[in-house]
Design a protein around this ligand. Sequence first.
Ligand code: ADP
Ligand code: ADP
Ligand code: MG
Length: 657
Amino acid sequence: MFKKILIANRGEIACRVMQTARAMGVGTVAVYSDADAGAKHVAMADEAVRIGPPAPAQSYLRGDAIIDAARATGAQAIHPGYGFLSENPEFVEAVEAAGLVFIGPSAGAIRAMGLKDAAKKLMAAAGVPVVPGYHGEDQEPGHLKVEAAAVGYPVLIKAVAGGGGKGMRRVDVPGEFMNALEAARAEALGAFGNDAVLIEKYVEEPRHIEVQVFGDGTHAVHLYERDCSLQRRHQKVIEEAPAPGMTAEIRAAMGQAGVRAAEAIGYEGAGTVEFIVDGSTGLRPDGFWFMEMNTRLQVEHPVTEAVTGVDLVEWQLRVASGEPLPMTQAEIPLKGHAFEARLYAEDVPKGFLPATGTLTHLAFAPGARVDSGVRAGDTISPHYDPMIAKLITHGATRAEALVRMERALAETQVAGLVTNLAFLRKLAAHRGFAAGDVDTGLIDRDVEMLSAEPVPCTRTRALAALGALGLHQGVPGIAPGFALWAPVEHVAQFSWKGEQSAARVSVTGPHDYEVVLEDGRHQLASKGGTWLMDGAKTSAHVVRNGAVVSVFFGNGYHFDLADPLDEGGEGSAGGNLIEAPMPGLVKAVFARAGQAVVKGDRLAVLEAMKMEHVLVAARDCTVAEVLVSAGAQVEAGAALIRLEPDPEAAEATEDAA
Ligand code: ADP
Ligand code: ADP
Ligand code: MG
């Protein structure tokens, strides 16, 4: 076994590899870019070497710098993780030329599978069923269109160098072919520097089922299948093992096809053979076709680990260091069912836009395996994949594993940036998915329902009110505090997505509150870290970070506390507009247009929630305009009084610009 290895990657996969290496007593070396100097994978490693600036081309893709780091630290082998240099045959050759071991397949095996067209020809020759289509050299558009007609519409145009769902276009009718070809080529050229394409029959109701294989360079075994049919734009979202509807007969046929593929190229290490399956007729022993082989550890490998009990990284290290395959085919168990969900920083209602930001709060529930490369306080930067974590659950049955996943998602808490958590939760609860009716079109068909943003209920807003007043951790300074707080009613103001809310909070005991909202009333009590709501125990949790209150109650809801009366408050008129913080009745107006006021002067009184609320000047200034008069009923956010702009603030803004 190696004494020390270098992990040429970042994020969750670097952490995942180090965890197993550490358990095996193998020393670990991390590499990092300037953006990752304080990252979790650096903290976890025994040693860490800086390799360059944030851009991947100047850091994680710099094979020379990585090999130098391995030499300098005395690492004997390099684990590439996935992505980056993991499927780069020149890197494998450079690693070997430096006298180091590449933990993965040979350069030759990677090359054989590197281009989809060559791989398909090779697989067909090895007796592996491949998707019917055109894989020829002639790339002349007119010729490709003739071939597409011969294959029969609908067809899929695919970049031969493709990966990650890029450079792919479905074409339903001949009239759309030329435009789709142009688009696929442009995307392929940009992403892979190679615009060659192949044409495949588009399989109807497609299911993506892949086989995990493991080779020693001569012989291979398989560790059963994974179903990755829940996809968005050809990218996996939730994966599972085994595949719904799988039978022993089809499993044996697919497993053998995977093993044949691996042995045909003398495969060493962990790999995945991906098949497309016609889901319209149910699974059949002759209804699956080879799509491609991924010559690396796959993102979704944990579901296989969950159902087999095998640590695939441990196998990788053993086989790369010269040990035989740890198990024979017959010895590999298959127990229960597992799911993996990919948690990303992305804005789902805005079309799954990748998001960045700082994770001000991050907590996971027990009961799920969590593979993550970030901690609370870490940043999701624009330089890399915005993955936050993978959640993996296992159960004796599919239903059990799925219930655990739903629960794990509901109990995951993320604040500071937007995530796809609510989307994953809806997907996990999707009826068709629960029934095992999966195909790659499932998400798109129901995308509207799945991406709808959950709206906070009155109980959630009642908790937000406590957070806004700083009462979510109990009444400050219990004994005297209780006396201070008890007789008074407090008004909390907060907004959700720009929608203003207000609540009246009475402290009725050291940990007991009554919260009155415009549209509801709740008794809340916090007992030993658990919230009782109207007498019932709930698993809600409230966190406050600066001017943001996050309430985790099934989903995560984030409320802004920005007070329109705050100095320099971000009102729509740059803090010059005084708005009604809640709906109410204007009781009195003291301000007059043109009047000079000093900070703290009373400008108006608003009666709301049966309380008087005094609006005061936040700075010395001149009243520009009075927009309401006493007796007016106003909505939350209504403009009441406009102030002359602050000349100093205006200068500061100009300076900044
Ligand atoms: P999986 O089947 O494991 O989900 P993907 O194709 O989605 O595989 O890619 C897994 C990882 O590899 C992702 O982080 C993705 O960004 C990266 N990746 C995939 N293809 C490429 C490529 N051609 N070049 C660089 N990175 C890639
Ligand atoms: P990548 O290298 O980008 O992962 P793949 O060839 O593995 O490309 O295909 C990615 C996804 O595209 C598959 O998981 C599947 O959803 C869809 N797909 C690929 N080939 C076909 C096909 N012939 N018919 C229908 N869908 C397909
Ligand atoms: Mg693929």
